[in-house]
Design a protein around this ligand. Structure first.
Ligand SMILES: *[C@@H]1O[C@H](CO)[C@@H](O)[C@H](O)[C@H]1NC(C)=O
Ligand SMILES: *[C@@H]1O[C@H](CO)[C@@H](O)[C@H](O)[C@H]1NC(C)=O
Ligand SMILES: *[C@@H]1O[C@H](CO)[C@@H](O)[C@H](O)[C@H]1NC(C)=O
Ligand SMILES: *[C@@H]1O[C@H](CO)[C@@H](O)[C@H](O)[C@H]1NC(C)=O
Ligand SMILES: *[C@@H]1O[C@H](CO)[C@@H](O)[C@H](O)[C@H]1NC(C)=O
Ligand SMILES: *[C@@H]1O[C@H](CO)[C@@H](O)[C@H](O)[C@H]1NC(C)=O
Ligand SMILES: *[C@@H]1O[C@H](CO)[C@@H](O)[C@H](O)[C@H]1NC(C)=O
Ligand SMILES: *[C@@H]1O[C@H](CO)[C@@H](O)[C@H](O)[C@H]1NC(C)=O
Ligand SMILES: *[C@@H]1O[C@H](CO)[C@@H](O)[C@H](O)[C@H]1NC(C)=O
Length: 746
C-alpha cells in the first residue's frame, strides 16, 4: 500500500494524455451510419451464444484493459478477430472526444444543465455520439452525473449541478442521444464520487434514503434510458471500494435490481482489491488493465501475483461468473448493432498531436455541431443583472469600449496534460472530462468582429493587471470585464493556481473581483462576464456602476460567438442557474474534506446533510443566496396564470399559462417545485419539472407538467420502495426556486 500522500500526487488518465494542438487540414467523414437497434432479450441471446464459442483466454481478453500505454483509445480490450469482435474502444470524455484532433469542444454538463432544455441535452448527446462514432469509438465515457455536493467540488462541472432531478433528466437525455446513433454510453461515477481530495480511497457514508433520492437517482434514470455501462468510482462506499461493492454492482445490488442489463467497468485504476474480490462483487471489465499505483491490474495480475485466469482456474471465480461478465459486455454491443458496419478506430490517443501512422486525421466536426455548441453557449449564459437600457448592446451606438481581462483571450492550447492551465478564457475545467481546445473562438475575437466597421473605438487590457485595466476603462462609454474561476480532476499535476482539483474557495481567480471593482470605480457602465465552473463570490453585484452581469459558466469552444449572441441580442438569454450562488461555502452545508484524518489514511465523509443540498438547504434555513437556484433574467418579461392541477391515474398533471408580456421574443423556463407534507421530512421545495417555452412578444402557451407517483414519493428504507406520503402536497410554479408565481396543492 502506497502512502496516501504519494497517491494524491498520482493521476490516472492524466498519465495517458498529451493536450491536443491546433488542427491541420483533415478529411471529413460524416458520422453515423444507420444501425438496427435490437431488444435486450435478443441481444442477450446473441451474446450468450457467442460466449459459448470463446476460449478462456478470449474471455479474459474481453474483460481486461490492454494497458494504458498500449491503448489506441483511452481504454481498450483485446479483440476476438475470428468472431468479428473488435478490441472495444472506450474513450473520454463527457464533453467531447479527446485527446485527438478534428473534434468539437462541446460545452460540459454544467452548461447544458444551465439551459434547462431537454431539447439541447438530447441534441448534445446526439452530436457527441456522432463524433464518437465517427472516430470509431464503441463507448462514450459519459455522462457524468455526480451531484455537485459542494460548490467547490473539482469535477462538479462535468455533471449537472446539485439537484438530483435535473441531473436525472440531463443524464436520461444525454444517454438517449448518444445511444441513438449506436454509441454505448457509460453512466459515471458510481457512486458518491463528490470531491477530488483523497478520492482514490475516501470512505463516503450515505444513508439509504439519501442515496436513493439524491446520488443514485440519476443512475436510475440512466437505466431507464437503457444505458450500456456504469463506471464504478475510485472511492469507497459504506467502507467497501465501489468496484468491490456487491450492494452496488452485484446481482442483488442497486443497479441490477433496478433492471440494469449492461456491464460495470472500473474507473481507471479504481480496483483496489483482488481479481476475485472485484469480479465476484460484480465488476465486469477492468480498466486500463495495468497496475497504475493507485490501483488496477488485478485481472492481469499485479507484479505476477494473482490474476483472473488463476482465480478461474482455482474456482475462486466460477466459469459461470466469467461467462456472465463477457455476456454483460457483449449484450449492449449487440443491442446497438455494433457487430455490423461499425467504423473502426481511426485515431491514436497515444499521439494526441495527431502524428503517427495510426492517426488517420478524420475530422468529425460539422457545421451542425459548431452551431449546436454555439447555441448551447448562448442558451447556458445566465443574465444576472441588467439595468434598464444596458443590454442588448447596439454596436453602432457605442462610441468607445474597453475590453478587459485575461479571460477574454485564447488560452495556451498546449499547456500540458488535460488542459491543466487557466491562462486565457475558461471554457471548461481540467482533467479527463475536459476536451480538445483546437477550435476555441475566444471572446476577444468575437467582440472585435462585432465592433469591426461600426466606428466604435475598441481599447483592450487583456490581462488582469489592476493598473492597466482601469486605465483602459477610464473615460470610455462602456467597459466589458471578463473574469473566471476553474477547477478540475485531481491528477498527476500538483495544482492549478494552487488548487488541487477542488477549488480552495469561492473567489474569482487572479484578483478578478478587485479588477471588476477597480474598473467599475472609473466607468459607470461596466458589464461583467463571469466564466466559472461553479458558484463564485461576487461581492460587487449591487455596485450601481455595474450595469449588467452575465454568468456565462463554462461554455465550450464557441464561447466568443455564444457570448456575442447574448450581449447583442441575437439570442435572448434563457439560461438559469443550475445551483445557487451564495457568498461562501458555509451557506451550502457541506465541506471539501482536505484533512486525511489521523492516523494518515483516507478520510471518512458522512453525508450528514442528507437531502439538504444547495437551495434545499438554504430554503430550510432561511439563507438568502445572492442568486437562487433556477434564477435568470431575460430581455422580455413573462406572466404566469391559470394554474390547474388534476389527477390522472397515480400521476398529477399540473398545467398553467405562460405569456410573453414584453416587447421582444424570448424563451421562458418555467419550473415546478413540490412541497411535501411536513411529516415526510423533505426540503421545503424540490424540483420536479421544468420546460423550455419559446414565445413571440405577446404570445402565450399552456404548459403541462406531469409528476408521476415516484416524483411524489420518498424512498422508504424499511420496505425498500418508493412510498407516497399521506397528506397535502404544495405546488409551486415559477421562474426560479424563489420567484414563485403560482401556488396550488393536491
Ligand atoms: C446461455 O447459453 C447456455 C449455453 O452456452 C445455455 O445453457 C443457456 O440456457 C443460455 N441462457 C440463456 C438465457 O439463453
Ligand atoms: C450504506 O450504509 C447505510 C448505513 O448503514 C445503510 O443504510 C445502507 O443500506 C448502506 N447501503 C448500501 C448500498 O450498502
Ligand atoms: C429502453 O428499452 C426498452 C426495452 O427495449 C424500451 O421499451 C424503452 O423504450 C427504452 N427506453 C428508452 C428511453 O429508449
Ligand atoms: C496526420 O497528421 C499528422 C500531423 O501532420 C501527420 O504526422 C500524420 O502523418 C497524418 N496522418 C495521415 C494518415 O495522414
Ligand atoms: C444539419 O444542419 C442542416 C442545415 O441546418 C439540417 O438540415 C440538418 O437536419 C442537420 N442535421 C443534423 C443531423 O442535425
Ligand atoms: C481586438 O482589437 C483590439 C483593438 O483593436 C486589439 O488590440 C486586439 O489585438 C484585437 N484582438 C484580437 C484577438 O483580434
Ligand atoms: C461610477 O463611475 C464614475 C465614473 O464614471 C465614478 O465617478 C463613480 O465614483 C463611480 N461610482 C462608484 C460607486 O464606483
Ligand atoms: C450543516 O447544518 C447543520 C444544521 O444547521 C449544522 O449543525 C452543521 O454544522 C452544518 N454543517 C456544515 C458542514 O456546514
Ligand atoms: C408582465 O408580467 C409580469 C408578471 O406578472 C408583471 O410584473 C409585469 O408588470 C407585466 N408587464 C407588462 C408590460 O404588463
Amino acid at each position: 500500500m502506497l502512502s496516501p500522500i504519494l497517491l494524491r500526487l498520482l493521476g490516472v488518465v492524466s498519465l495517458l494524455i498529451v493536450a491536443a494542438r491546433d488542427g491541420l487540414d483533415q478529411p471529413r467523414q460524416t458520422a453515423g451510419d444507420g444501425f438496427t437497434l435490437r431488444s435486450w432479450e435478443e441481444s442477450f441471446a446473441l451474446a450468450n451464444a457467442t460466449v459459448a464459442q470463446l476460449t478462456l483466454d478470449e474471455k479474459i481478453g474481453l474483460v481486461t484493459g490492454v494497458g494504458q500505454f498500449s491503448s489506441r483509445c483511452v481504454g481498450n480490450v483485446s479483440p476476438v478477430a475470428r468472431l468479428g469482435i473488435p478490441g472495444f474502444c472506450l474513450n473520454d470524455g463527457p464533453a467531447g472526444v479527446r485527446p485527438t484532433k478534428g473534434v468539437t469542444g462541446f460545452p460540459p454538463g454544467i452548461a447544458v444543465a444551465s439551459t434547462f432544455s431537454r431539447r439541447l441535452m438530447r441534441a448534445r448527446g446526439v452530436a457527441l455520439g456522432e463524433e464518437f462514432r465517427g472516430k470509431g469509438i464503441n463507448m462514450h465515457l459519459g455522462p457524468a452525473m455526480d451531484l455537485m455536493r459542494n460548490p467547490q467540488a473539482g469535477r462538479g462541472w462535468e455533471s449537472f449541478g446539485p439537484d438530483p432531478y435535473l441531473n436525472g433528466e440531463a443524464a436520461f437525455e444525454t444517454v438517449t442521444g448518444v445511444q441513438s446513433v449506436g454509441v454505448m454510453a457509460c453512466a459515471k461515477h458510481f457512486i458518491a464520487n463528490n470531491q477530488e481530495h483523497w478520492r482514490y480511497g475516501l470512505i463516503a457514508n450515505v444513508d439509504d434514503r439519501t442515496l436513493h433520492e439524491m446520488y443514485y437517482y440519476p443512475f436510475l434514470r440512466s437505466i431507464e434510458a437503457n444505458v450500456s455501462a456504469v463506471m464504478c468510482a475510485y472511492n469507497q462506499f459504506n467502507g467497501t471500494s465501489s468496484c468491490h461493492n456487491a450492494n452496488l454492482i452485484g446481482p442483488k445490488g442497486l443497479l441490477r435490481t433496478d433492471g440494469f442489463q449492461g456491464f460495470i467497468v472500473s474507473d481507471w485504476g479504481a480496483t483496489h482489491d483482488s481479481a476475485s474480490d472485484n469480479a465476484n462483487a460484480g465488476l465486469d471489465m477492468e480498466q486500463p488493465g495495468d497496475y497504475i499505483l493507485i490501483g488496477g491490474g488485478t485481472f492481469a495480475g499485479v507484479l505476477g501475483i494473482g490474476s483472473l485466469e488463476s482465480d478461474v482456474g482455482s474456482g475462486a471465480v466460477t466459469l459461470a461468473r466469467m461467462n456472465q461478465m463477457v455476456t454483460n459486455i457483449l449484450t449492449p454491443w449487440y443491442r446497438l448493432g455494433q457487430d455490423s458496419g461499425y467504423p473502426p478506430v481511426n485515431f491514436n490517443a497515444q499521439e494526441s498531436d495527431g502524428s503517427g501512422s495510426l492517426n488517420l486525421n478524420v475530422s468529425v466536426r460539422s457545421d451542425n455541431h459548431t452551431a449546436l455548441a454555439r447555441e448551447i453557449a448562448g442558451a447556458s449564459a445566465v443574465l444576472l443583472k441588467n439595468k434598464p437600457g444596458t443590454l442588448p448592446l447596439k454596436a453602432a451606438a457605442i462610441k468607445s469600449v474597453a475590453i478587459i481581462g485575461l479571460d477574454a483571450i485564447i488560452p495556451n492550447l498546449d499547456c500540458g496534460d488535460l488542459n491543466e492551465c487557466d491562462d486565457g478564457t475558461m471554457i471548461i475545467g481540467w482533467g479527463s472530462g475536459s476536451n480538445s481546445l483546437d477550435f476555441t473562438v475566444p471572446p476577444i475575437t468575437a467582440l472585435n468582429e462585432t465592433f469591426a466597421g461600426t466606428g466604435t473605438v475598441v481599447t483592450t487590457s487583456l490581462s488582469n493587471d489592476l493598473t492597466a485595466g482601469p486605465a483602459a476603462a477610464k473615460g470610455k462609454q462602456l467597459a466589458i470585464v471578463l473574469v473566471n474561476a476553474m477547477s478540475g480532476e485531481l491528477g498527476f499535476y500538483q495544482s492549478v493556481n494552487g488548487n488541487e482539483g477542488d477549488r480552495n474557495d469561492m473567489e474569482i481567480w487572479f484578483s478578478g473581483s478587485t479588477l471588476v471593482e477597480d474598473v467599475a470605480a472609473v466607468c459607470a457602465n461596466t458589464i461583467v462576464v463571469v466564466h466559472s465552473v461553479g458558484p463564485v463570490h461576487m461581492p460587487w453585484t449591487t455596485n450601481p456602476n455595474i450595469t449588467a452581469i452575465i454568468y456565462a459558466g463554462a461554455p465550450g469552444e464557441q464561447t466568443g460567438p455564444g457570448l456575442v449572441d447574448v450581449l447583442f441580442g441575437a439570442v435572448n438569454p434563457s439560461g438559469r442557474l443550475p445551483f445557487s450562488i451564495a457568498d461562501d461555502e458555509s451557506s451550502y452545508n457541506t465541506t471539501i474534506v482536505t484533512d486525511p484524518g489521523f492516523p494518515l489514511g483516507f478520510p471518512v465523509i458522512d453525508y450528514t446533510e442528507t437531502l439538504f443540498l444547495d437551495y434545499r438547504y438554504m430554503d430550510a434555513h432561511d439563507i438568502t443566496p445572492r442568486y437562487e437556484y433556477g434564477f435568470g433574467l431575460s430581455y422580455t418579461t413573462f406572466a404566469y396564470s391559470g394554474l390547474s392541477i388534476a389527477a390522472s391515474g397515480t400521476s398529477q398533471v399540473i398545467s398553467f399559462t405562460v405569456k410573453n408580456n414584453g416587447t421582444v421574443a424570448g424563451t421562458e423556463i418555467p419550473q415546478l417545485y413540490l412541497g411535501y407534507p411536513p411529516a415526510a421530512g423533505e426540503p421545503p421545495k424540490v424540483l420536479r419539472g421544468f420546460d423550455e417555452v419559446p414565445l413571440a412578444a405577446g404570445a402565450s402557451q399552456v404548459v403541462e407538467m406531469t409528476v408521476d407517483q415516484r416524483g411524489m414519493s420518498v424512498w422508504d428504507t424499511p420496505s425498500q420502495s418508493w412510498v407516497r406520503p399521506k397528506g397535502t402536497f404544495l405546488v409551486y410554479v415559477g421562474a426560479s426556486s424563489r420567484d414563485i408565481r403560482l401556488n396550488g396543492s393536491f
